[in-house]
Design a protein around this ligand. Structure first.
Ligand code: MN
Length: 339
């Protein structure tokens, strides 16, 4: 039992108009969680309202109900529920429009599973941030504890959110409980093949993007016996393809799937000279956070990023980044051998 459950229940009881907020980086978990809550609250006789400061990205638009998410806050509401983030830095849009100010003036509940949080949402009345593979898993636990109604659509949305963040129950953060929740949903009529179809549909791309992926893959460079793979994405491509899909994400996983490759890095060069690096490491080579920190960024051992704004030429950044990666990989190897 989550100790926060009864307080969450009491706040929902007192409220009628309830806004469900997603951060500026919506994904399958945040949208699935928002739609599940919408179904639950609707069945409880409440009036839920879905908000996100940015438009739903094209690859999420296969999930039924995405078009009910609005980037305008309703004029009146009693309570907000923020899903899938505990960080205020992911609400830039709502901050700009003044919406965040309005949200913080009413009770706020946060439902999240990102355990390490910087710039937390201090104005929230209740933060329910639990270890779980997805926010959808937390919503399921709350529904069980509080006897919330779970209609077919809500169960479907929870399953989508868990399968989305757990990459089909295959990530490190997937627990036996995550699998149990999916099993319980299946027992209650959720059909996994339907969800798999939906999940694949989420990843479908336009023909032009598929061709562009091929171009990017041709430009992948391998360094130091293929241990590091890099690709560089110039501004004209960012401008052209980003509205549909993040070009880095398009190829990073493929780059990691190369024999001998331990670390994949995608650089983006912006029109103002800013360079960003997105880092993904293979299992056994957790150097991402240290590498990003060296260049002023941060993140997790296997996934991280950094931003360089002093107009250093991309060739210099790339060379320094590859050299640092090799150094970190060699250190890792030495410390493993020492053990
Ligand atoms: Mn999530």
């Amino acid at each position: 039992m989550y100790p926060e459950a009864s307080d969450i229940s009491a706040l929902i009881e007192q409220a009628h108009h309830i806004v469900i907020l997603q951060a500026d980086n919506p994904d399958g978990d945040s949208l699935g969680s928002a739609l599940a809550l919408e179904g639950i609250l609707g069945d409880m006789g409440k009036e839920p309202y879905l908000y996100c400061g940015v438009d739903m990205p094209a690859h999420l638009r296969y999930l039924p109900g995405w078009d009910r998410v609005s980037n305008e806050l309703p004029s009146g509401f009693d309570l907000s529920i923020i899903v899938d983030t505990s960080s205020i830095s992911l609400f830039e849009q709502a901050k700009k429009t003044g919406d965040l100010q309005r949200v913080s003036s009413k009770p706020v509940v946060v439902l999240d599973h990102h355990q390490e949080v910087e710039n937390s949402l201090d104005f929230a009345k209740i933060v329910c941030n639990k270890p779980a593979v997805a926010t959808g898993e937390i919503i399921y636990e709350l529904a069980k504890q509080l006897n919330w109604p779970l209609n077919h659509e809500a169960m479907y949305a929870i399953a989508v959110s868990i399968l989305s963040d757990s990459l089909g129950l295959m990530t490190d953060a997937t627990t036996a409980r995550s699998i149990h929740v999916i099993a319980e949903l299946v027992e209650q009529g959720v059909k996994l093949p339907e969800i798999e179809n939906l999940r694949r549909a989420l990843n479908r791309k336009s023909p032009s993007l598929t061709r562009y992926k091929g171009q990017l893959l041709q430009r992948v460079e391998y360094h130091a016996d293929d241990r590091v793979a890099t690709v560089t994405i110039p501004w004209d491509e960012i401008e052209k393809y980003s509205p549909e899909y993040n070009p880095s994400v398009l190829v990073l996983d493929e780059m990691r799937m190369t024999i001998n490759t331990a670390v994949a890095i995608a650089f983006k060069v912006y029109s103002d000279g800013k360079v960003t690096g997105k880092i993904r490491c293979n299992y056994g080579s957790p150097v991402a956070s240290k590498l990003a920190e060296h260049f002023g960024g941060g993140g997790h051992p296997y996934a991280s990023g950094f931003k360089i704004q002093d107009k250093t030429p991309i060739a210099d950044i790339k060379a320094a980044c590859v050299a640092k990666t090799i150094e970190l990989l060699n250190n890792l190897k030495q410390s493993n051998e020492a053990v």
